[in-house]
Design a protein around this ligand. Sequence first.
Ligand code: ATP
Ligand code: MG
Length: 369
Amino acid sequence: MDHTPAIDYRLLVDNLATAILLVDRDLNIFYLNSSCEALFDISLLRASGMPVLNLLHAPSDEFNTEEALKNTLETSQPYTRRDATINVNFKDIHVDYTVSLLNYSRPYHPLILIELNPIDRRLKISKEENLIQQHQVARQLIRGVAHEIKNPLGGIRGATQLLARSLNDPEYKEFTDIIISEVDRLRKLVDTMLGSRHLPSYKSTNIHEPLERVRSLIINQTKKKIKITRDYDLSLPDVYADRDQLIQVMLNIGVNAVQAMMENKEFFVDHQPELILRTRIQRLVTINSVLNRSAVRIDIEDNGPGVPEEIIESVFYPLVTGRAKGTGLGLSIAQNIMHQHNGMIECQSVPGKTVFSLYLPWESDHVAK
Ligand SMILES: Nc1ncnc2c1ncn2[C@@H]1O[C@H](COP(=O)(O)OP(=O)(O)OP(=O)(O)O)[C@@H](O)[C@H]1O
Ligand SMILES: [Mg+2]
């Protein structure tokens, strides 16, 4: 009697965290599983028939991938590469992969099986954990300082008002007005540093609704000087989130993009400033050390000059700014809100293409904190 349990192998392969590629004897792609689609950011439909070397070979890698694959085809000898470089969307990523011959029942149609494990994911997790820790320490420090500054401000304001009333000379009144308006400015800044005082209220939210709101706010602000393109996947599931806080996150990022474009007009001699709002489902994404099968991804992309290189690593830290008038709080607040939603923000930036991606888990077992 056959005791093998009935397993849907297709489902199994598609749920593996290992990326799997099948390649025919002409070295064209025959099949890739979901993890592989996510790894190379390509769909099976687009990839099938494509030369595998397009995916598996990075210009910066000196290894002769083509020869090695052909050798496996001829000799059936498997091989493993550690820390190989592959190039995805112009970005080098590092993978370990094993190549072997699939002994198919049809000997004249051999298939090469390639199993890939990205090692960046591991590297990224530890880097992220470090970042989160440093970020929390910095935020606590800032909150402490902000509190200390806020307390005496009320006293200074009150005393100045009293002083203003007892002064008859209008010339002096001008000075007290200056003190009061500067105190108010400081108070506003300190309030931003302390963050929102409202407790978040989480509800099932369609992220397109806050996104559309942000779009219209930006259109109003920029008076149509910037082209705004929408690229929405309307079939996205709802997420459990605080709508107003999401608006703040998207607005902080959107305003940065607008500022980067409007304040660097010389960058746009032969093209128009453009903001792209994109929504997608992202498979297999690690958020705060948890591997999620899928998450909702919102990209806010601009074609401005990019985040200055010297601050790219620390761009989410409080008080890091590349702008003369910036306070460097926008992104730190946004990242904080996303963490409270069990989500995260990632940034990729080169001149001409800056993408801030927001990730939000949506599956019901990820209930927001
Ligand atoms: N889309 C972008 N393109 C180029 N640079 C960017 C972009 N987004 C952010 N930056 C850089 O990151 C820095 C930090 O942004 P952040 O929003 O945290 O602070 P800020 O904009 O300087 O001040 P604020 O507190 O007023 O938001 C910015 O000063 C800018 O140099
Ligand atoms: Mg900002």
